[in-house]
Write a protein that binds this ligand. Structure first.
Ligand SMILES: [Zn+2]
Length: 482
C-alpha cells in the first residue's frame, strides 16, 4: 500500500487448469517415489491452484461465484480442518459480506464454521490428510459502498479479496486477527484461473493475462466473459469500471513485460504509464528481472492511501500528480517486495513497506537524479523525527517487529513501517556501499522469490557480500524509542 503522507492469447484456460491438476497429481507421485530413498523431500510443496467462475452484477454490486482450490495440505498438518481466510468479511461494516451456500472437499459436502474476529476465518472440517485436496465453494459477496479494497463507488468497483483465500500454515494454521491498520493479508503464491462474466460495457483491470472469450445477450442486456490467468501471485487484484486504457511493453532479457494502465481521471495518464515502465526497468536492473509477464495498474479511489499492491496488479488512488507518480513507483516496487519476495506483513510490515518506500525514492537515484533521492530521504527523516517528538509525550513506540494491532494509530504505523523502514534501508546502503548493496539485494530477491523472507533472510543476503548486518538490523527493529 502507499500511504499519503500473450502466451495465453489462444489458450483455453480450462485446459491450463486441468494441466495444473495433472501437475499436482504428478507432484504427489514424485513425492511418493522420492520418499522411497528414506530422505526428507519438499517435492510435495507445490503451488495451490484457484479456479474461480464468477459473475459480477453492477446493479446490485454483488458477486456470485463457484470456486475450487486444489492444494496439498502441509505434511505436518495435525488439525482436523483446513483453514481459509474470508477477508471480505473484515472489509464490510457488519462482517457478513460473504454468504456461503456450499462447501465440498473432494466433491463431498463438508462441515464448516465461520469464526474469528470479524468473521474472517473459515474452518472446513476434514480428517487430517496429506493427500491432494480439492475444496469447492459456492458463494455470493455483497460489496460495500466504500472506496476500499473491496467496495464500489460511482466510477469503479474494487473486487479485491472477495474470495476465500487459503490460509498460511507454519506450525499450525495462521489465525492472525484481521486489522484495520495496514495490510492484514498473508498468502502463499498460487495460480489463479478466473472466468469473469459482467456487463459488456464495463472494463476489467486484473492480475495476469486476460482474454475476452464471449459476448452474449441475456434478458435484453449485453454481457461478456473474460478469462484470466495469473500465476505465482499471492492475491488476485481485480477492479471493474468505465476505464480508458494505455499499454506498453517493457523489454526484458528473458521475457518482455506487457504493462497496462486503466485510468479514470488521471490528468497525465501517459506520464503514469511511463513511470510504471521506468520503475520496472530500473528495479529489474537493480534487483533482478520483474517477476511476471504482465503488470496491470488501475486507477481506483482508496480511502487514505495512494495505492495498493496485489499480485501482478496495483491500484492508484486519485491524488496530486507527484503523489501519483511516486505511488506508481511504490506499488511497482511491491512486485519485488511483497508479491515475489513475500514476508509476514502482519508482524514485520517494515520488510516490504519500508523497502518499497525506500525504493520509491531510490528510483530517482537509479534513474539519474541522485539529489532527488537524497532530498526525499532527508524529508522522510525530518517527517519521522517530527512525528516521534510530537507523539513521544503521549506514547510512541518505534519498535518495528510487532502485530498490526499493536500500532496505536495509522500515523504510528506509517511512521514506523514506512518511514523508519525506509531510513533503515538507507542506513544499510550507506554502511555497505552501493555496489555491495545491489549485489546483496539481488541475492535477497533470487533466494526468496515466490517464498517468504525474514530479517534473517535479509542478513543472509548481505553475508554473501561479507557484511554482518544482523546487529544493525536488531538495533533498528527493536529500538522502541527512536
Ligand atoms: Zn506499500
Amino acid at each position: 500500500m502507499q500511504k499519503i503522507m500473450s502466451h495465453f492469447a489462444h489458450k483455453n484456460f480450462r485446459s491450463a487448469y486441468l494441466a495444473v491438476l495433472v501437475a499436482l497429481v504428478v507432484a504427489v507421485l514424485v513425492a511418493a517415489l522420492s520418499s522411497c530413498d528414506g530422505k526428507q523431500h519438499d517435492e510435495r510443496k507445490t503451488t495451490p491452484a484457484y479456479d474461480i467462475n464468477m459473475t459480477y452484477d453492477d446493479e446490485t454490486h454483488a458477486i456470485s461465484a463457484k470456486q475450487e482450490v486444489l492444494f496439498l495440505p502441509p505434511r505436518n498438518m495435525t488439525e482436523n480442518y483446513v483453514l481459509f481466510r474470508l477477508y471480505a468479511n473484515g472489509m464490510c461494516a457488519d462482517n457478513d459480506a460473504i454468504d456461503i451456500s456450499s462447501v465440498k472437499i473432494n466433491r463431498q459436502s463438508a462441515e464448516y464454521e465461520i469464526c474469528g474476529k470479524d468473521n474472517t476465518l473459515l474452518k472446513i472440517f476434514c480428517a487430517p490428510s496429506h493427500e491432494l485436496l480439492g475444496v469447492a465453494f459456492e458463494y455470493e459477496v455483497r460489496l460495500p459502498n466504500s472506496p476500499s479494497r473491496l467496495g464500489y463507488g460511482d466510477e469503479c468497483a474494487s473486487l479485491c479479496f472477495f474470495y476465500p483465500s487459503l490460509a498460511v500454515y507454519d506450525d499450525g494454521w495462521r489465525q492472525d486477527e484481521f486489522s484495520n491498520v495496514g495490510d492484514p493479508f498473508l498468502s502463499e503464491c498460487a495460480d489463479f484461473y478466473v472466468s469473469l462474466t459482467m456487463d459488456a460495457s464495463l472494463k476489467a483491470a486484473v492480475s495476469g493475462k486476460t482474454e475476452t472469450v464471449s459476448v452474449f445477450e441475456k434478458d435484453g442486456k449485453s454481457y461478456k466473459t473474460l478469462e484470466v490467468c495469473a500465476e505465482n501471485i499471492r492475491d488476485l487484484g481485480l477492479v471493474v469500471g468505465d476505464f480508458s486504457s494505455l499499454t506498453t511493453t517493457v523489454r526484458m532479457p528473458s521475457e518482455n513485460v506487457s504493462v497496462s494502465y486503466f485510468y479514470l481521471s488521471d490528468p497525465a495518464p501517459n506520464d503514469t504509464l511511463i513511470r510504471v515502465a521506468q520503475s520496472i526497468e530500473r528495479f529489474s536492473d537493480a534487483f533482478g528481472e520483474f517477476p511476471y509477464p504482465a503488470f496491470c495498474v488501475a486507477e481506483c479511489p482508496l480511502d487514505g492511501a495512494g495505492g495498493m499492491e496485489y499480485g501482478a496488479f496495483a491500484t492508484l488512488s486519485p491524488a496530486s500528480l507527484d503523489v501519483y507518480l511516486d505511488a506508481a513507483t511504490h506499488e511497482t516496487a511491491h512486485q519485488w517486495w511483497y508479491s515475489a519476495v513475500g514476508n509476514d506483513q502482519l508482524n514485520n510490515a517494515w520488510l516490504d513497506e519500508g523497502l518499497s518506500e525506500f525504493c520509491t525514492y531510490y528510483f530517482y537515484k537509479l534513474n539519474g537524479a541522485p539529489s532527488r533521492f537524497l532530498s526525499a530521504m532527508s524529508n522522510i527523516s525530518a517527517s519521522y523525527g517530527d512525528f516521534a517528538s510530537v507523539m513521544r509525550p503521549v506514547g510512541f513506540d518505534a519498535s518495528m517487529a510487532r502485530p498490526l494491532s499493536a500500532y496505536s494509530s495509522n500515523g504510528e504505523y506509517v511512521a514506523v513501517a514506512y518511514q523508519k523502514g525506509a531510513l533503515l534501508f538507507e542506513n544499510i546502503l550507506s554502511v555497505v556501499g552501493e555496489k555491495k548493496f545491489l549485489a546483496a539485494m539481488k541475492n535477497y530477491y533470487s533466494s526468496n522469490k515466490f517464498s517468504f523472507a525474514t530479517a534473517e533472510s535479509l542478513a543472509s543476503a548481505f553475508k554473501t557480500q561479507g557484511f554482518d548486518i544482523a546487529p544493525l538490523l536488531n538495533g533498528w527493529i527493536h529500538n522502541k524509542d527512536k
